[in-house]
Design a protein around this ligand. Structure first.
Ligand code: SF4
Length: 209
């Protein structure tokens, strides 16, 4: 794992975390099933009008919809972020909780979103598993799992804690660049020798199990 991580870090730049937890939380909700560039536009437009959970809780839903219109499912997301903001104001004194079990109680917040908030909002070691992390970890052979929740559990056993916070960003970049969902570019892959799938694909057809 160490070697894989170091090779990927040499190739891909990772961000220095941490950001404002509320902005990370809302940004991650906006990003669900949406392209990064559209998430960024909606996020910027929203936070240029409203800053805090209290502001968003009081904002007209129609206005929220307008501001985030560029993301997929914007009507549902506008309702959701308003509701999340209201709950934060009423139950958490306007603060985002630092605890995964509390985060998971918020509407629209699953494990990936909660882990993003912990990692990128609070700088707490957490391992957000999205489709790239799930796919690539299985292809490499770090885990052998069927769903992202299992992947998170198994990855935490094999990936040293100091790498958790970077792993999602590294694998997302690597997944868009080389280890694509369809037709991964194994022949251009810098970790091919360390990857189970890459090594199998190199074998003559007769040896592939
Ligand atoms: S060798 Fe292929 S499957 Fe393995 S990590 Fe590289 S691109 Fe992905």
């Amino acid at each position: 794992m160490e070697k894989i991580f170091n090779l990927l870090r040499e190739r891909y730049k990772v961000s220095e975390y941490k950001n404002e937890p509320f902005q990370v939380l809302i940004g991650t909700i906006l990003s669900q099933r949406t392209k990064d560039e559209n998430t960024a536009i909606a996020w910027k437009s929203l936070f240029s009008h409203y800053k805090t959970p209290k502001d968003i809780a009081k904002a007209p839903e129609k206005k929220l919809r307008e501001l985030i219109k560029v993301v997929g499912f914007y009507k549902v997301k506008a309702e959701r972020i308003k509701e999340v903001a209201r709950i934060l104001v009423e139950r958490y004194k306007g603060e985002v909780p630092r605890d995964i079990s509390e985060l998971l109680k918020l509407p629209g917040v699953g494990r990936k979103t909660a882990n993003c908030v912990l990692a990128y909002g609070f700088g707490i070691p957490a391992l957000p598993v999205d489709t790239h992390v799930h796919r690539i970890s299985n292809r490499i052979g770090l885990v052998s799992t069927k769903d992202p929740v299992k992947t998170e559990i198994e990855l935490k056993k094999v990936v040293p804690k100091r790498y958790w916070i970077y792993l999602n960003e590294l694998l997302v970049k690597f997944g868009k660049d080389i280890c694509k969902p369809i037709n991964p570019k194994c022949n251009l892959c810098l970790i091919r020798e360390l990857c189970l799938t890459g090594r199998i694909n190199k074998l003559p057809q007769a040896f592939i199990p």
